[in-house]
Design a protein around this ligand. Structure first.
Ligand code: FES
Ligand code: FES
Length: 162
């Protein structure tokens, strides 16, 4: 037996024997080469490490999607859940529409905040494909950007809103 952690990462099943209780989800994904998720503040304040965690709720028989700061998420807390990182939704050759519109509308400059920005909007759209402009704006409450002044990010996000 021993301690076994089982979860899904970008659609693939992952099992880890005796996981280190001190390691964060951010440390883990970076350690296996998924370096699109960024380390900014390491204390839940900047959103550069935003990923999506999906889980099934038996009571409501629904899957909920939550954007979360991977820097504060213990790896061991994701047992039975599905983690999606930026690598799971798109890349330069095959960008997700969120990435495409952010680029076209100049919502990414240095790019450090961009994976987190994308994952925040992606999580919103997974729960609510037709958000209002306010909801689209609200999903970025935890994402800091030092470059764009936010306006181009919001412009791109609002193209997905009603
Ligand atoms: Fe800043 Fe996680 S690195 S919120
Ligand atoms: Fe540089 Fe946002 S584009 S921090």
């Amino acid at each position: 037996f021993g301690n076994k952690l089982h979860f899904y990462l970008n659609g693939s099943s992952v099992e880890i024997d005796n996981p280190d209780p001190d390691i964060t989800l951010l440390n883990y994904v970076q350690s296996i080469g998924l370096t699109g998720t960024k380390l900014g503040c390491a204390e839940g304040a900047c959103g550069a490490c935003t990923i999506m965690i999906s889980s099934y709720d038996k009571k409501s028989d629904k899957i909920s999607h939550i954007s979360t700061n991977a820097c504060l998420t213990p790896l061991c807390s994701i047992d039975g859940k599905h983690v999606v990182t930026i690598e799971g939704i798109g890349n330069v050759k095959n960008p997700h529409p969120i990435q495409e519109r952010l680029a076209l509308l100049h919502g990414s400059q240095c790019g450090f905040c961009t994976p987190g920005v994308v994952m925040s909007l992606y999580s919103l759209l997974r729960n609510n494909p037709n958000p209002s402009e306010e909801e689209a704006e609200g999903c970025f409450d935890g994402n800091l950007c030092r470059c764009t002044g936010y306006r181009p990010i919001l412009d791109a996000a609002k193209t997905f809103a009603n």
